[in-house]
Design a protein around this ligand. Structure first.
Ligand SMILES: [Zn+2]
Length: 285
């Protein structure tokens, strides 16, 4: 698993309070409330004290600025649950109001939605799921958001953010290009069915995720030449960790053009053409 951190974080103060590396892939988001109106700097100073034994992966100030405190590859000490924090990205949000609502600013809420969208894209989380149901902890195919109050006797993340979870999930999912309807479950639809239902559905301007490492070609079809690492865009290069010219599994690409070649579908990315559907198999979703 290749971990990265959000480029939306403009401030960084790495906390010693963490377990490195995390022991589980990232498949969960846990939103916390700071229970105070801390700037990203002052929250970072608290987390910098090892005696406090607390941290989060990210923090968001009332001004909407985002900080990185614990890299995504590491487990933060945030939610009173080792199991949760090993699989979750934890985010502390500053409160511009007090108990019991622990209100957060619109700027912070909007930054939170952007940050979670980015986390989901980079970690291949297709959809954010929230049911407000504690009994679904760990069943990430049904619910992949958790709250601190489920693991400890706390009000965190406060009533305001707790009630906003449905809205946050909805807004993130819009940005992840899901429709308002729940997508078909991967267990009930074969890859082939997915292929036939989506073969014409790739849209220019939308983003998609590579389901495996894919070669990049100079044109739409296997007769076109395969690109080398140094022929990719600068962004493409960062998604070719082994420098063989093929974009890594999990890379999120922007569709610039779609071409049907026989039964296959090719997508043009900024770096070149990749096979989205090839011989009935879906490589890009
Ligand atoms: Zn908390």
């Amino acid at each position: 698993m290749n971990y990265s951190n959000s480029s939306l974080a403009t401030y960084k103060m790495i906390s010693p309070n963490k377990t490195s590396p995390r022991n589980h892939v990232i498949d969960t988001i846990t939103i916390h409330a700071m229970a105070g109106n801390l700037s990203v700097e002052s929250c970072g100073k608290l987390f910098a004290q090892s005696s406090r034994k607390t941290s989060s992966n990210y923090g968001i100030g009332t001004d909407g600025r985002i900080a990185l405190y614990v890299e995504e590859k590491d487990r933060s000490w945030a939610s009173s649950s080792s199991a949760n924090d090993n699989r979750a990205v934890t985010i502390e949000v500053a409160n511009d109001g007090g108990a019991p609502d622990w209100h957060v600013s619109d700027k912070a809420l909007s930054a939170l939605i952007d940050l979670i969208t980015d986390i989901c894209k980079r970690n291949n989380i297709k959809q954010l799921l929230w049911k407000a149901d504690k009994s679904l902890i760990g069943q990430v195919d049904k619910q992949n958001m958790t709250v601190h109050r489920w693991f400890a006797n706390k009000s965190c993340p406060g009533e305001y953010l707790f009630q906003k979870h449905f809205y946050i999930a909805e807004e993130v999912n819009k940005r992840l290009n899901n429709t308002s309807n729940p997508p078909q479950s991967s267990t009930t639809s074969s890859n082939e069915a997915y292929a036939s239902s989506t073969s014409l559905a790739y849209k220019v301007g939308k983003t998609y995720t590579l389901q495996s490492e894919l070669k990049v070609r100079s044109g739409a079809g296997i007769n076109y030449s395969i690109k080398k690492h140094n022929q990719l865009t600068n962004d493409g290069k960062t998604h070719d960790k082994d420098k063989d010219g093929a974009l890594d599994k999990g890379t999120v690409i922007t569709c610039k053009e779609v071409k049907k070649v026989g039964k296959d579908t090719w997508i043009r990315t900024p770096s070149g053409w990749i096979a989205a559907i090839y011989q009935g198999k879906v490589y890009v979703k």
